[in-house]
Design a protein around this ligand. Structure first.
Ligand code: 13P
Length: 340
């Protein structure tokens, strides 16, 4: 393990005013996103779309510290023949790769999932490193419902996350550790708080048992938030306060940084929550974004599969990236949105 390299990469991923672009949608997920804008999902359209994002050089240079890629994308070339990975590195941003193999039903735990992909992980990491990846991502999914999560789901997912993180570091790849407590359902914010606390306590215990270097990893958590279908949804200020409270309680200050997922929040909500949290500083770690939907929703709509929309879509992406860059420094204000 090259400790200095891991620490250097992890801190670059959470550099001031920058965050991560999660562009690692599986072929199934990107098809759903393309269906919504009336675009057929095939290798070429997926390439064109991601080339639009990574080719937005100003946005990438100013606000995107790294990009999480999918297996297909890390191997693809732009229309002119340049590897997509090179578009990312030319902008001074770091390529990363999703390495989990998705979720399967967890045996004897109806309604719960386990993330798979540990077998052969070391060999895959070596190949991805040759293709340019310097960090990786593994997402565990924890659902809230009647009688769930179970201890079985929390413990098995946490164990797999820690095993993944240790294998990544052994191969000089920075792990993004993503235990996502879903915001689907009608639960209130305190239920989300309690489940998130349970999950994070378990994950950090397992990371300790697996000897993971905290300075060489990035945590990608959910925010503490009401379920989407909750009758009374908590305010933005409550989301920020409860999220920071649970993180201070569970996440050692040695962790290189925290980069949130957006998890189904609207673009504006995800930005506002991040900014409010950073206004509560100084915090023990850099706190930034690793958004998928909350960064891509608008540029995706503007692009709509048409070459003539690329420049406008890149402007929409640059705007969202800039808003989140401000939020990562606690400097976002709603007026900034209007000025765009
Ligand atoms: P969202 O921001 O759309 O939740 O995606 C982030 C991600 O990488 C989920 O694994």
């Amino acid at each position: 393990m090259n400790r200095d390299q891991l620490v250097k990469t992890a801190s670059a991923m959470v550099a001031k005013g920058k965050g991560l672009l999660a562009a690692d949608e599986s072929s199934g997920t990107i098809k759903k996103r393309f269906d919504a804008i009336g675009v057929e999902s095939n290798e070429t359209s997926r390439r064109d779309y991601r080339e639009m994002l990574f080719g937005a050089q100003a946005a990438m240079k100013n606000n995107i510290s790294g990009v999480i890629l999918y297996d297909e994308t890390i191997r693809q070339n732009a229309k002119a023949g340049t590897p997509l990975v090179k578009l990312i590195t030319d902008a001074g941003s770091i390529p990363g790769i999703k390495v989990d193999k998705g979720t399967k039903p967890l045996p004897f735990c109806p309604g719960e999932l386990i993330t798979e992909g540990l077998d052969g992980l070391g060999e895959r990491l070596d190949e991805y490193a040759k293709l340019g990846a310097r960090f990786a991502k593994w997402r565990a999914v924890i659902d809230i419902g009647t009688g769930i999560p179970t201890h079985t789901a929390v413990n098995t997912n946490s164990h797999a996350l820690a095993r993944y993180a240790a294998i990544c570091q052994e191969h000089d790849i920075v792990p993004i550790v993503e235990p996502e407590v879903l915001m689907d359902g009608g639960h209130d914010i305190d239920t989300c708080f309690n489940v998130t606390q349970w999950v994070l306590k378990t994950v950090f215990q397992d990371l300790y048992y697996q000897r993971v270097l905290l300075e060489g990893m990035v945590l990608k958590p959910n925010m503490v938030i009401s379920g989407k279908k909750a009758a009374n949804r908590a305010s933005a200020q409550q989301v920020a306060e409860k999220t920071i409270r649970v993180l201070k309680d569970c996440v050692p200050p040695a962790v290189a940084g925290i980069a949130f997922l957006s998890g189904g929040q609207s673009d504006a909500e995800a930005t506002e929550h991040l900014s409010l949290m950073n206004q509560m500083g100084p915090l023990p770690w850099p706190v930034t974004f690793s958004y998928g939907r909350a960064l891509q929703h608008e540029p995706q709509k503007v692009w709509s599969g048409k070459a003539e929309n690329v420049a406008a879509a890149q402007r929409a992406f640059a705007h969202r990236a800039h808003m989140n860059g401000l939020a990562a420094q606690g400097q976002w204000k709603s007026e900034a949105e209007k000025a765009a």
